[in-house]
Design a protein around this ligand. Structure first.
Ligand SMILES: [Zn+2]
Length: 117
């Protein structure tokens, strides 16, 4: 599954091409293709310029891992109870049913304590 490139990734791709791509020329763009670098117009992952993927991208291992890994990068927030991973895009506030129950119990206890005061 392809995903949209982040603005940061596009910026890094451009910087890598300008700095390292042997086929890139500031004045003419991509020399073999005689047009603007194909990688500059990319908005999605997948189908990279072959030269870029084999010779340029490995110079930035973090970017390489991000671009060649399928699907969106997993984004997690820590569970407030146990510190486990909770997907950010989901509706879950806790990593599991168990943690949700613990949290609820704590909230209730807090509530009772305040009420008694
Ligand atoms: Zn948890």
């Amino acid at each position: 599954m392809a995903r949209e490139l982040t603005r940061e990734e596009k910026r890094k791709i451009r910087a890598l091409v300008v700095k390292w791509c042997a086929n890139y020329n500031k004045e003419y763009g991509c020399l073999p293709l005689e047009c603007e670098c194909y990688m500059f117009g990319k908005c999605w992952t997948g189908a990279y310029c072959r030269y870029f993927r084999e010779a340029v991208l490995p110079l930035d291992p973090a970017l390489e891992a991000a671009l060649l890994t399928e699907g969106p990068p997993p984004v997690f927030k820590p569970c407030p109870i146990c510190g486990g991973a909770v997907p950010v895009d989901g509706r879950m506030a806790y990593c599991s049913e168990v943690c949700a129950r613990i949290a609820l119990r704590r909230q209730k206890r807090e509530y009772m304590r305040k009420k008694r005061r």
